[in-house]
Design a protein around this ligand. Structure first.
Ligand code: 5AD
Ligand code: SF4
Length: 491
């Protein structure tokens, strides 16, 4: 598809701003300051999308609440990646019928990946009649128009067409904290892994123009954001659809030139497109965290082939070896699926042996969940759920041991961390992250949030590290220090 057909014209975005103004007037007629709930499920891309939805709602005059009974508008941003994610959302949506009975003026919106599936839209149409507006991720930028139409017509509105998807610049945003920010660099996925629903609901790969990304990062760095995570279903595909020659490594190198005391993370990387150029660039760029989320999914080459992953076990291991050779301090995490259709016990144990070999810092582990419409959902799946659970437990046991061992090796070291929030624990009131993204519970006051400090690691468990402030080494707030691109080498 031509790029001009993918990028939403500025005039269209301006039209949506008009709808924001009109919707604000419509909501103001209710005679009280309007309140909105935005409930988000699933991945970081959904979190980023919700921040845009909140930006639009804020500009419509809404403040935010968690209480559905106090709300004028409820938006549920959904995830379709596994069956249990969908079940949870149907449970939540079902419950909202009572809020709607108590307040018939309430507008209930369902959006995100579930909403893009025709079967879900049909089910909502027929059985969840209290839902007023349904729209997929591709229609996110049209939310003001769709909400206005719903409010005015008092009819139910469904917008799930346009499976290719678009790029919309200039949407307002509400970011949750002044410390961490998400920046989408591309949308959609062309990989069609045989188990995955994402390419069907998030459309084809499309990359934002580098200038737009650089301007956003520059602004975030100037506003004092300390951790900026670049998002895409497969960030390594960045640039393939641009008219100029620019890939993800080039983009990272350009972002790295932006001055400021911030760290760049990114997710997710597909191993088939992650290569030496990317790892060399990561190693060279001082703003780029030495952290890689490189989902392997399986440690068996036959299963990887049927999954349509585009690499073998050996090729994956070779990439890990190279990445570690140029970044010895690299923190490595992965996603694993156990119980893919036709997987045998021996093949599942190949995955366990791979994680023993790689020794990931942490894993995100899943039991295969059939997604209607994907090729894997049609494949014979003879292993029982109970068998898969046994394999899964063996995997978890191995990973918990490995994470525990790797974490124990931090005890006694002093590491530089970014304090990113509170965690409600009396002994360890602060949460912070190492350069590699490991969680450190820390003592200290909330005035440290947003600062880099040195932490003496005194304890650890499977999931986290525990540290005390190394007072003498506390780093002054960033405003007080020169913008040195080498600041992060101390991590
Ligand atoms: N079943 C189980 N896990 C899945 N994932 C994607 N699709 C499925 C599925 N059908 C996992 C993959 C992916 C992560 C985001 O979710 O591991 O990397
Ligand atoms: Fe799904 Fe594969 Fe695309 Fe990831 S790369 S979103 S697992 S199809």
């Amino acid at each position: 598809m031509e790029r001009t057909q993918v990028v939403v014209p500025a005039g269209e975005i301006e039209r949506q701003r008009d709808f924001i103004r009109k919707t604000a007037q419509e909501l103001a007629r209710r005679g009280h300051p309007p309140l909105a709930v935005v409930d988000t499920y699933g991945c970081q891309q959904n979190v980023a999308d919700s921040q845009r939805l909140m930006g639009m709602l804020r500009d419509m005059g809404c403040a935010f609440t968690q209480d559905p009974d106090a709300a004028d508008v409820i938006v549920i941003n959904t995830c379709a990646i596994r069956d249990n994610a969908e079940k949870k959302v149907f449970g939540v949506v079902g419950q909202l019928v009572h809020a709607k009975e108590r307040n018939p003026e309430l507008i209930i919106c369902l959006c995100g990946c579930m909403a893009q599936q025709e079967s879900v839209a049909k089910k909502i149409k027929a059985s969840y009649r209290h839902v007023d507006l349904v729209f997929g991720p591709q229609a996110l930028w049209k939310f003001p128009e769709l909400l206005f139409e719903t409010l005015q017509s008092r009819k139910r509105v469904f917008s799930i067409e346009n499976v290719h998807g678009s790029i919309a610049e200039g949407l307002p945003v509400v970011r949750e904290s002044g410390v961490k920010a998400w920046v989408s660099i591309m949308y959609g996925c062309n990989n069609f892994c045989s188990y995955c629903i994402v390419p069907y609901v998030r459309g084809r790969e499309r990359s934002r123009e580098p200038e737009d990304i650089l301007a956003e990062v520059r602004q975030l760095a100037a506003e004092g954001y300390r951790e900026i995570t670049l998002l895409g279903q497969n960030v390594n595909s960045y640039g393939k659809d641009l008219e100029r020659s620019m890939d993800f490594a080039d983009l990272l190198a350009e972002i790295d030139k932006i001055p400021g005391d911030y760290l760049i993370r990114f997710m997710t990387s597909h191993p088939k497109d992650a290569g030496e150029k990317l790892f060399d660039t990561m190693a060279r760029c001082s703003h780029v965290a030495k952290q890689l989320h490189l989902p392997v999914q399986s440690g068996n080459s036959r299963v990887l082939r049927v999954m349509n992953r585009g690499y073998t076990r050996e090729q994956y291991l070779e990439k890990v070896r190279y990445a570690r050779s140029v970044m010895p301090e690299l923190t490595l995490t992965s996603d694993i699926i156990i119980g893919f259709p036709g997987e045998t016990e021996a093949e599942a144990m190949d995955t366990v042996s791979l994680i023993e070999e790689v020794r990931y810092d942490a894993l995100f582990t899943f039991i295969y969940s059939p997604r209607p419409g994907t090729p894997a959902a049609q494949m014979p799946d003879p292993a029982s759920r109970a068998e898969k659970q046994v394999w899964f437990d063996r995997l978890l046991e191995a990973q918990n041991r490995i994470s525990g061992e790797l974490h124990r090796a931090y005890v006694g070291r002093t590491v530089r961390v970014l304090v990113d929030g509170e965690c409600g624990d009396k002994r360890w009131p602060l949460s912070s992250r190492t350069n590699g993204g490991r969680l450190v519970h820390l003592d200290g006051g909330r005035d440290l949030i947003g600062q880099y400090v040195d932490a003496d690691i005194v304890d650890s468990n499977t999931w986290a590290l525990f540290g005390t402030l190394a007072d003498s080494q506390r780093v002054p707030p960033c405003g007080d220090r020169p913008n040195s691109p080498h600041d992060h080498n101390a991590f």
